[in-house]
Every structure is written in C-alpha cells, then in structure tokens.
Design a protein around this ligand. Structure first.
Ligand code: UN1
Length: 508
C-alpha cells in the first residue's frame, strides 16, 4: 500500500477539537499562521499581539507579582499542582496539538507532556524547599543568613521543537518561586501555546491565584524584542539558536537584567572499543534520528574508535535504512517531518557541504512523500562518515544528520569531542571504568550534560538542564536551577546588644 498522510482538514479538526476540550478559543485574525508540518499546509489564521501589547502584559504580570510574591511558597505550589492535574487530564489533547504543529511522533509528543507533568510535580515539592543557608558569623551574638526572594516578571521565549515542555520547565519553577510569567512562544507553534496558557489560566482560576500570573503573547520578532528590552522583565529565559542568544544576551545585560540562555547543541558521543554495540546502536539511532533530529540534545557527532568503526557504522546504516519515515500519528512511524521546507533546505545544504569537504553518505538523505505532500519536509535521516571535524561539522544543523569521525586513543577522542563551539550534551559508550570516569571528570567532556552508556537526548527533569560555551550557560528544570528565578539577600542580625564591626574594624 502506498504511504498516506492525513488530510489537512482532518488535522485542522483534530487541533480544533483538542483546543475545545482544553477550553481554549482560537483567536482568529491576522499576523500568525498556524500550520502543520504533516502536510505543510495552513490550519488557522490567528491574531498576533501588537508590539504595544507587551506593555500591557508586563504591567499585568508585574501587578500580579506584587501579590504573588507575598503568597507563602507552599500555597503557590498549589497552583502548579493544579496545572499538573489538568495536564494529566488533557495529556492526549496537548500531545495531539504537539503532533499537529511540531510533527512529533505520538510517543514523543506524549513524552513531552509527561515531562511537563514531571516538572510540575518537581516544582510542587520545590515550593517547600526554597532553602537558604545559615552561615557561621565571625562575630559573637550575630546571625548570618541567606534568604531567597521572588525575582519579578520572567519573560519566556521558547522554540518550536519543545513547544510545551520548555515553557513548563520555566513556568512551573518560576511560579513556585513567586515570579509571574509572560510567554512568547515560537510563531510555528501558536496552538500548543494557546492550550498551555488556557490550562494555566484554568488552574489559576481553580485555586484563586491572580489572573496576571501568566500572560501569553503570540507574536513575532518585534514582540520578542520588546519583551527582552522591557525594564520590568527581571529574567529573560530564552531557548533557541545561538544567533538568537547572541542578540538577546547583550540586550538584557545592557539594562542589567538577567538572562538564562539555552542555545544550540552540537552534541557528540564517543564509542570506545569495549562498548556494548547493541546498546550503542539503539541509543545512537534514537539520539540522532529521534524527533527527526530536531532536539537541541540531538546527537550530531559520533566519535568512534577505529577498531569498531566498521562494525558500528555497518549496523547503523542498516538501522537507518529501516527507519519508518512518515505520518507522525501512525503508530509505526519513528521519524516525522521536519518542521518546514526551509529546514529541509538547510539540511540538504549541510549534507552537500559535508560531501564537498570529503564526507561520504552511508545511508539516508532522500526526501520522502513529496509526491503526496509537496509542502511538507519528510526526509530520511542521514548518517555519514567525515574525515575531519571542520566546517559544517562544527555547526549545529537542526536536522537528522549524524557525522561519524574516528579516533585512536581516548585523549584524542576527548579533544575532538570538546573541539566545537557548543557544549550542551555528551555521552560515552564504554565498559572501561577508567574511560567513563575520565569522560565525566574535569578533564573530560566540557558539556553541561555528560552521560555514560546512554544517548545525549532525553534528559530527565530532575537534573539541571543546560550547557556551556555557545550553548549559553543557563540551567533550567531540576536540581538547584530554581535559584536563577529568585534573588538572594544576605542578612546579618546582631542580637549581642553591642556593636562589633566585621574584620575587627574600630570606629567610634
Ligand atoms: C530541547 O531540545 O530544547 O533532553 C530540549 C531532552 C529533552 C529536552 C530537550 N528532555 O532531549
């Protein structure tokens, strides 16, 4: 049977139904076109916020902040708990919208909503654990302590590839921390954001939180710029390309705001001769071809010991040839569409450049389904051998391209691994404990995420998420990433009855 795709009308109805179950209205109008990468066609014309709307949204969020910051943190946690409950109830609906708008296969779309539920649970717990330290004072009768306070309005700018989860990492934690949020999602995924925002509004209503704790702004670059430059936005948390971060970081810094940047990844895995190759192949294929290569944690470089490279690439090429590419709603599909035709152009250009630089394609690369969906970007993930780590291999192309390099000794593998501008996620496949520990050590991987015998993508929310170098340095989600959403105050309390100056200074 020839492959088929759902009709755009069917997808439009599916999105419409999911939104109505969530209780969200579709703000029909002009400025934003909701599309589906499944057919590449338009779904709804939506009203975009005018840049002036940023002022009103930030003012409302600030107003709400003045109230919200005084609510005891465990009570703030109740809002996040309610959001988690609503996400459980509407898991399928939000996942439907993620598949329609981002093209994720079903289990990955459901996984994204699970990630949101998980971070809500985390943030509810966090709402009782915003710990400060008590510090030993050098003076008698003094207490030295650190207190954490809410920061203010947090501006969240998110990308198409995790259209809901990245918002939830920021929002669940920010709300528990006592902040309020103004969200500018990707223009490619407005429907997902309408659903998320509606669920949070409902949660706020249910628990009696101020309505302004969250505002959604559907809009383009001008809206994002106003948010970034707004003096009332205490923290800008932005996920996207390094190019975007290069603009956002300095602009926020110029007004002494804070930024939390999650930018490009050019993630690698090292495969040592002792590696369990069965495990490595399965991990690599998921990390490199999963989500059609459109995660910032996607595996893009594979650094393989020369003794095992032939065996490994043979098996990888075999696995790649069998990857089912197509309708992401079809349960047998593993690779859905790229988000847009320009994304496909960028992929093909990168493969062409790598070939011109001496690379050889081992499997994949053909466009698929163009006959039935000329506006959609279905493509076979590519695995290719490259001789050196130059040119295009050092860049992040947001597509399923895996470059295979070889190494002779482990120090060389680490050097190759670290010799790119980005520093998000990394893995080593080895059964040699010395290699594993070296990779995890200060002399090993320079990334924010460093794994052993598991791929680069699919991090759990309990750990802090983020990376070094051109990835931007921010940390989101678990561990103590919450501190970025709060400000600390150092308190000295003198209960001695006398005056003792620090450093033994005498005065008066
Ligand atoms: C992203 O691609 O922007 O680790 C986030 C992962 C997911 C999140 C990725 N938990 O792949």
């Amino acid at each position: 049977m020839p492959p088929t795709l759902p009709a755009t009308d069917t997808l439009r109805r599916r999105a419409h139904d999911a939104l109505s179950r969530v209780g969200a209205e579709i703000p029909e109008g002009r400025g934003i076109q909701a599309r589906t990468p499944i057919t590449g066609e338009g779904l709804f014309a939506l009203a975009a916020a005018a840049p002036e709307a940023v002022e009103e949204a930030v003012a409302a969020a600030h107003e709400a902040f003045l109230e919200w910051r005084a609510v005891p943190p465990p009570r703030r946690g109740e809002l996040v708990r309610r959001l988690g409950e609503l996400l459980r109830e509407h898991k399928e609906d939000v996942a439907d919208l993620i598949t329609v708008e981002a093209g994720k296969i079903r289990s990955e779309a459901l996984g994204e909503v699970q990630e949101m539920i998980d971070v809500c649970d985390f943030a509810v717990g966090l709402s009782r654990q915003l710990y400060g330290r008590t510090i030993a004072s050098e003076r008698p009768g003094h207490r030295l302590a650190e207190t954490w306070h809410p920061l203010g309005v947090v501006g969240v700018i998110s990308a198409f590839n995790f259209p809901a989860a990245v918002w939830s990492w920021n929002t669940a934690v920010a709300l528990a921390c006592g902040d309020t949020v103004v969200w500018k999602p990707s223009e490619l995924t407005p429907l997902v954001s309408l659903a998320c925002a509606r669920l949070l509004d409902r949660a706020a209503d249910d628990v009696g939180a101020p309505a302004g704790v969250h505002r959604l702004l559907l809009g383009g670059r001008a809206v994002g710029e106003r948010l970034v430059d707004h003096p009332r936005v205490a923290l800008v948390s932005a996920t996207g390309s390094t190019r975007m971060g290069r603009e956002v970081g300095p602009r926020v810094a110029a007004r002494f705001g804070r930024s939390l940047l999650e930018l490009g990844g050019n993630n690698a895995a090292v495969v040592a001769p002792s590696a369990d190759l069965d495990l490595a192949v399965r991990s690599v294929v998921f990390a490199a071809a999963g989500t059609a290569g459109q995660r910032c944690t996607t595996l893009r470089r594979l650094i393989v010991h020369e003794d095992v490279v032939d065996a490994l690439v043979g098996r990888l090429a075999g696995a790649y040839r069998k990857l089912p590419v197509g309708d992401p709603f079809d349960a047998s599909t593993l690779v859905g569409p790229l988000v847009s035709l320009p994304a496909l152009d960028r992929m093909q250009e990168a493969v062409g450049r790598a070939q011109a630089e001496g690379g050889k394609v081992l499997a994949g690369g053909q466009r698929r389904l163009a006959d039935i969906a000329p506006d959609a970007a279905y493509v076979e993930p590519v695995v290719m051998r490259v001789g050196t780590q130059t040119g295009v291999v050092r860049e992040e192309t947001f597509a399923p391209i895996l470059y295979v390099l070889t190494y002779g000794d482990f120090d060389e593998a680490i050097a190759l691994h670290n010799d790119v501008p980005q520093g998000l996620s990394s893995s080593v496949f080895t059964r040699d404990q010395r290699e594993a520990e070296l990779f995890l050590s200060a002399e090993g991987s320079d990334c924010g995420i460093v794994n052993v015998n598991i791929g680069t993508s699919g991090a759990e929310i309990g750990g802090a998420f983020g990376g070094e170098k051109e990835t931007g340095g921010g940390r989101e989600s678990g561990s103590d990433a919450w501190r970025a959403y709060m400000r600390s105050a150092t308190n000295t309390v003198n209960y001695s009855g006398g005056l003792a100056l620090a450093q033994n200074v005498s005065f008066l």
